[in-house]
Design a protein around this ligand. Structure first.
Ligand code: HEM
Length: 162
């Protein structure tokens, strides 16, 4: 009973301070939740979401992207000691939101999230390489991949440190 109340209270507080509301995730500093934090506007139609295979397809792509990134000695160190449960969840939400899958993005903005991580252009390129491999594995058509990558490309400025 007490447990149920605590869980209910945590969910009721979600919009103000979403950080402690997800099981198995570490708390983060409070921030204002907004889809604008996703860093890109969603596609207008449903074609991209369908081409990605909907929720199941996007979830597989994000998990594969994270798996490849943490296994890549070029960039694995950057992910060490970070909350990968939260990363996988918020990345899935972000991709779903941008692909017009009807999700809300509850994560932090790209600049705040990546501040002080020391990400360089080469690291960004390595991550994009893994995303392309993950999309190839899902047989996402090349043209569809490129439309999605064009949405993410401006995030190089907000995730890479100078
Ligand atoms: C288009 C490029 C990128 C996108 C869309 C993206 C997206 C995200 C998202 C949604 C989060 C979680 C936000 C939150 O916790 O509220 C995150 C965190 C993170 N990202 Fe990225 N990211 C990008 C580039 C990169 C690159 C190039 C690296 C390193 C090679 C990287 C490493 C990380 C790490 C380590 C975290 C965890 C930060 C923390 O725990 O505080 N990201 N990213």
């Amino acid at each position: 009973m007490l447990k149920a109340l605590i869980i209910a209270a945590a969910f009721a507080g979600a919009p103000e301070n979403p950080s402690p509301t997800y099981p198995n995730e570490e708390a983060v500093e409070p921030y204002v939740q907004s889809n604008a934090n996703a860093g890109a506007s969603p596609f207008a139609d449903k074609a991209m979401w369908a081409a990605f295979g909907g929720r199941a397809g996007v979830d597989r792509i994000v998990d594969d992207l994270v798996d490849r990134s943490i296994a890549d000695p070029r960039i694995s160190e950057i992910f060490r000691a970070h909350d990968l449960v939260r990363l996988r969840r918020t990345l899935k939400e972000q991709f779903c939101y941008i692909l017009n899958g009807g999700c809300e993005y509850t994560g932090r903005d790209m600049k705040t999230t990546h501040r002080d991580l020391g990400v360089q252009n080469a690291d960004f390129n390595a991550l994009v390489e893994h995303l392309q491999a993950a999309m190839d594995r899902e047989k996402i058509p090349f043209r569809v991949q490129n439309r999605f990558l064009a949405k993410l490309a401006p995030m190089q400025r907000t995730t890479v440190e100078r």
